[in-house]
Design a protein around this ligand. Structure first.
Ligand SMILES: Nc1ncnc2c1ncn2[C@@H]1O[C@H](COP(=O)(O)OP(=O)(O)OP(=O)(O)O)[C@@H](O)[C@H]1O
Length: 293
């Protein structure tokens, strides 16, 4: 297994803020990794460290076995930051040419634009693009230099459903051809749709790292739902909700909760136990997060 990017016990501070706290992470060739975490978790900081745009306060970051500060090493990556300012007066085709010119190996312009659904816009000035088209162009540019590894920071922010799917298809086709991707997202459906591996970060730490299924299992949160008039104090409840007489409880130990519910003597009916969605698992993980420290 070839490791393309590696963080070893990496911390990054901004003054008093600890953006990353002893994070270790390997990205192997051919992986499509989703980095999931709430606002301020440290996702962009990690991408900036891998892309050589920032240096860690402590720890080591490696890219292709070298330093991300080395421009020759950096030529092997493509990056779409969260926000990009593209020159308004340039045409789409000119921007692709300009960015491609920085790389020894270049993607075919027509193919690149087609991959991201921009082939009809090659002569359009950037100033005349819609927000979604700009975002797709910014993402497409990350692939202009035939990178081995691409970092996409919230690539589909501001895109409608159709544009998002077309962008996903572009990322998938790069990955099918052997490309490696690390992307951040707040959209859980995006992580589930694209990534094989999910790394959950919260408050600068890696909280979970595995498949979508693993992450759910790590949390082990289940949803227990039933109809009951009143609810006694029950142990191990990490979240609860009542809608129209139906009670929904989130718990990491459904067996014990059901035993306690029966023991309490509370009349109930229509008992259901279901796995949680990734979003519920993720919220449970990050809300438990302070106890890690
Ligand atoms: N240049 C900076 N100066 C000061 N603090 C910063 C700077 N960049 C990031 N931070 C802080 O570091 C923490 C992590 O920020 P980061 O942008 O990496 O999080 P994120 O997970 O990408 O968040 P989001 O999902 O909102 O983009 C936050 O508390 C943020 O305010």
């Amino acid at each position: 297994m070839t490791i393309l990017a590696r963080a070893i016990e990496v911390s990054r501070r901004y003054g008093d803020v600890v953006a990353l706290d002893r994070v270790s992470l390997d990205i192997a060739a051919g992986e499509l990794v989703g980095l999931l975490g709430p606002n301020g978790a440290g996702k962009s900081t990690l991408i900036n460290l891998f892309a050589g745009l920032r240096r860690p306060t402590s720890g080591v970051v490696e890219l292709f076995g070298g330093s991300p500060q080395d421009p020759a090493v950096r030529r092997g990556i493509g990056v779409t930051p969260q926000e990009t300012g593209l020159p308004e007066a340039l045409r789409v085709g000119e921007i692709v040419d300009f960015v491609s010119a920085h790389f020894p190996d270049r993607a075919d312009k027509g193919e690149l634009l087609a991959r991201f659904g921009l082939d009809d816009l090659v002569r359009r000035q950037v100033g005349g693009l819609s927000g979604g088209q700009r975002r797709r162009l910014a993402v497409a540019l990350a692939f202009a230099g035939k990178p081995r590894l691409v970092f996409l920071d919230e690539p589909t922010t501001g895109l409608d459903v159709e544009a998002r799917r077309s962008l996903w298809e572009g990322v998938r086709s790069f990955h099918r051809d052997g490309g490696t991707v690390l992307l951040t997202s707040h959209y859980l459906e995006e992580i589930e749709a694209l990534a094989e591996r999910v790394v959950v970060v919260g408050s600068g730490r890696v909280l979970a790292d595995g498949t979508v299924r693993d992450v759910r299992d790590v949390v082990g949160v289940r949803r227990i739902s039933f109809v009951a008039p009143d609810l006694p104090e029950l142990p191990g409840v990490v979240g609860s909700e009542r809608v129209d007489g139906r009670v929904d409880l989130l718990t990491t130990d459904p067996d014990r909760l059901v035993v306690e519910l029966v023991r309490s003597g509370t009349p109930f009916s229509g008992l259901e136990i279901r796995p949680t969605t990734l979003e519920e698992a993720f919220l449970a993980l990050t809300s438990k997060e302070p106890s890690h420290g």
